[in-house]
Design a protein around this ligand. Structure first.
Ligand SMILES: *Cc1c(COP(=O)(O)O)cnc(C)c1O
Length: 356
């Protein structure tokens, strides 16, 4: 007798890609982590956690952080939800809004975690192919009969940003729930966030995270904004103490140091633009990025390594980037933007490998 539910037994688990062995000083450009430390205010907050914080249960709704986020983004507390990383929200969506045999639609390619979260709740995930240049097929998403449409904006792993006009069109014309994942929005140019739309559209949920622009992926804090009814439903569905007492203090300190976040994201954007230009000079095709990573296609000339070979060669040189086997992506590499020194090391390795 098996004790494991068949749909769980069938799961392959979330594929993170090859990781460097612990203790090696590899250049890690494969998980979109930050190469910059979190704000010094975060480290200060960490060092001044009183013992009582550990001894007491946290308040269940994460009030202090929730109210700070609401204030910062100009929404109400009842429109704000805090979570154990935004991955928790991605799972909660399946549990609270979709349910077994339900369906979600998501552009293809996009963030694979939506597929694995869906599978573990017996939700069907329908891929809507992006156009040849990876841009989002908005009409196709609007026409979907799924209960929810997921839009990662800027998208991962392409880095492309869908215009606000198109985002609003999708939210307005699609009849079900819109899950808008803005994990990388702080690296985008202009006023790209759709948070201001939540008052007008009761079917919109905007997901954010402290993992990327605030360099806190190890602390696991995510949040989302939406209509009061959606937020109240997430509160009912979550584990009671989903955000630990320490992480919420760290997130608060990070949020309160906007100038540091601005300075580090600006630095990453500058590095990204320079790195993209240099790769283009080496013959790569670079998808224009609004994130802290780039998707690029190596030059395909006789005798040059393929993307998958390049991935292996770089790994042998202790440089870890991301390679995807799937059809639309197998000629590409996804490279996280690190410090200038790290990206110079990548450029040097590339030019040596390509014999330029
Ligand atoms: C990194 C990422 C997340 C963040 O996950 P956390 O659980 O908050 O660390 C969410 N969505 C996308 C598209 C991401 O790339």
């Amino acid at each position: 007798m098996t004790m494991i539910l068949p749909h769980i037994e069938r799961l392959s688990g979330y594929a993170q890609g090859e990781q460097p062995p612990e203790g090696t000083n590899a250049i890690r450009l494969n998980l979109n982590e930050s190469s910059y430390p979190p704000s010094p205010e975060v480290i200060k907050a960490l060092k001044s956690i009183p013992e009582e914080t550990l001894r007491r249960y946290p308040d269940a709704k994460c009030d202090k952080l929730r109210s700070a986020l609401a204030k910062h983004y100009g929404v109400r507390e009842e429109q704000t939800f805090c979570s154990n990383g935004s991955s928790e929200i991605i799972s909660l969506l399946m549990k609270v809004f979709i349910g077994p045999r339900g369906q979600i639609a998501i552009p293809d390619p996009s963030f694979p975690l939506y597929h694995s979260a869906a599978a573990s709740y017996q939700v069907e995930c329908i891929g809507i192919p992006t156009l040849d240049d990876f841009s989002i097929d908005v009409e196709h998403l609007i026409d979907s009969s799924a209960q929810a449409v997921v839009l990662v904006n800027p998208n991962a792993p392409t880095g492309l940003l869908l215009s606000m006009e198109n985002v609003e069109r999708l939210v307005r014309d699609f009849k079900g729930l819109i899950i808008l994942d803005e994990a990388y929005i702080d690296f985008a140019s202009g006023e790209a966030s759709a948070i201001s739309l939540i008052d007008r559209y009761p079917n919109l949920l905007v997901i954010r995270t402290f993992s990327k622009a605030y360099a806190l992926c190890g602390a696991r804090i995510g949040y989302c904004f939406g209509n009061e009814k959606l937020i109240a439903a997430l509160e009912k569905g979550k584990d009671i103490y989903n955000v630990d007492s320490i992480s919420r203090e760290l997130a608060l300190a990070a949020l309160n140091d906007q100038s540091y976040m601005q300075a580090t994201t600006d630095a990453i954007k500058r590095t990204r633009n320079h790195f993209s230009e240099q790769l283009t000079r080496q013959g790569f095709t670079v998808v224009p990025s609004h994130t802290n990573f780039i998707l690029c296609k190596p030059p395909a000339a006789l005798g040059y390594p393929t993307a998958s070979e390049l991935y292996e060669i770089l790994m042998a040189q202790n440089i870890y980037v991301r390679y995807y086997q799937q059809r639309r992506l197998r000629e590409y590499l996804r490279i996280t933007i690190g410090t200038d020194a790290e990206m110079d090391a990548v450029l040097l390795a590339m030019s040596q490998i390509l014999g330029q």
